[in-house]
Design a protein around this ligand. Structure first.
Ligand code: HAM
Length: 401
């Protein structure tokens, strides 16, 4: 075994996994075009303030999980633990607020110093979609429909949408006050962590994992009762307009771990055994206050991110309908000529150069070729590996692989 191993919580992605990774990226990239999102590539690290301010000082991400360091020049920077704050920073620092509405698609590695376990890593990857400049509840519906299409295009099953509303500022304030009153009356029964949350962000007590906290939460006031008319109407419009092929569950426990949300919040949760407890595969919500908080003025926004590794773990085991054409000839120059034509037709293909004819056929099997093109002195033959049928063809022009 090599003396060097990947650092705890990180992994190499190769072989079947890299095919899955590619599949997820392809589906997300295609949908970003279909839904008219532009690709936004961001730096992997930002000034620490970008995240510390926006995600909330008491959020787990900021308080415990950031990879923060000082550069040689003395700047305090952090490896991005998510995309949203960086996207908002980019929107503002490039003066793009002038051209709203705008939609951005980003992807790549993100970093959180979490306790590694199945489906939870310290470096993982997200595909991320953000939509700025549309305050209408229909934008929330559109965004959730996009998220659902990503999952259904990937043929991911056994998923439910858990959705909730945090209401507008006024409703959230009224609810927070009710929570503070309730939890203060039971303060001695709260976990140490939730005692701090009570001071800094009482909503977060609702998704505490502590059993004692959970028992208290069961009888805590519920958000629905503190929603003003406008917030109720907003949420009803969202619910009425999400036509998706997944079960929709209104779930008051969804409060999200990051502080910037208001109105709609949602998580797609999978039943798949391959995921275990880390079963939230995609999550997001509306965050109308964040741009203002970061100095960019009042800009309504909604978005979501999906963990690529978790999507990969949820993919159905079957399929690879992807074709693979092996080209075999005694004349390697001829084989190169033919494989080049296939590649120009965008077919995945490989010319097998090494060994005798028999070895090449064995190699075709090894690379799971779906077809073999034999290049003989007197012409071409194609073998369909599934049906076993082999036939002569005059050229590659009209053959459907
Ligand atoms: P989040 O819920 O923190 O939201 O993360 C989104 C997704 O990233 C999760 O649902 C999960 O699939 C994946 N994920 C999170 N942590 C890990 C981990 N340690 N290992 C593997 N996968 C993980 C956000 O990041 C928000 N920025 C989403 C958003 C965008 N809200 C509005 N716009």
């Amino acid at each position: 075994m090599s003396k060097f191993q990947p650092v705890r919580g990180t992994q190499d992605i190769f072989g079947d996994d890299s095919l899955k990774f590619h599949k997820v990226m392809e589906a997300a990239g295609r949908l970003s075009t279909v839904y008219n999102y532009q690709c936004l590539m961001l730096p992997v690290f930002e000034a620490t303030e970008v995240f510390a301010r926006s995600l909330g000082e008491t959020s787990d991400v900021v308080s415990k999980e950031m990879f923060t360091f000082e550069t040689k020049g003395g700047e305090n920077v952090t490896l991005r633990p998510e995309f949203t704050a960086g996207v908002v920073r980019a929107l503002i620092s490039n003066g793009m607020q002038q051209n709203l509405p705008l939609k951005f698609f980003s992807y790549g590695p993100v970093f959180r110093y979490e306790r590694p376990q199945k489906g939870r890593y310290r470096q993982f990857h997200q595909v991320n979609f953000e939509y700025f400049g549309n305050a209408d509840a229909l934008a929330d519906a559109e965004t959730i429909i996009l998220a659902a299409q990503l999952l259904s295009d990937l043929k991911i099953e056994n998923v439910r949408l858990h959705i909730n509303t945090l209401g507008d500022k006024e409703s959230r304030k009224a609810y927070t006050e009710a929570l503070v009153k309730y939890f203060s009356e039971h303060k001695e029964r709260l976990s140490e962590e939730s005692k701090i949350r009570l001071e800094k962000n009482p909503l977060r007590i609702l998704d505490s994992k502590d059993e004692g906290d959970k028992a208290l939460v069961a009888n805590a006031p519920v958000m629905q009762e503190y929603l003003n008319e406008e917030s109720k109407r907003f949420f009803q419009t969202v619910l009425k307009n999400i036509e998706i092929p997944f079960e929709v569950i209104v779930d008051p426990r969804i409060v999200r771990g990051l502080d910037y949300y208001n109105h709609t919040v949602f998580e797609f949760i999978s039943d798949s055994e391959s995921l275990g407890v880390q079963n939230t595969i995609l999550a997001g919500g509306r965050y109308d206050g964040l741009c203002n908080q970061m100095g960019g003025g009042d800009i309504p926004a909604i978005g979501f991110a999906a963990g690529i590794e978790r999507l990969m773990m949820s993919l159905p085991v079957t399929d690879t309908d992807e074709k693979m054409v092996a080209v075999i000839s005694d004349n390697n120059e001829k084989a190169l000529e033919i494989v080049t034509i296939l590649r120009q037709k965008n077919l995945r293909s490989e010319a097998l150069f090494g060994g005798n004819f028999k070895k090449k056929v064995q190699k075709a099997d090894k690379i799971s070729a779906t077809h073999i093109v034999f290049v003989f002195e007197d012409g071409l033959e194609v073998k369909d590996m599934k049906s076993g049928e082999q036939k002569k063809i005059p050229n590659l022009d009209n053959y459907e692989f």
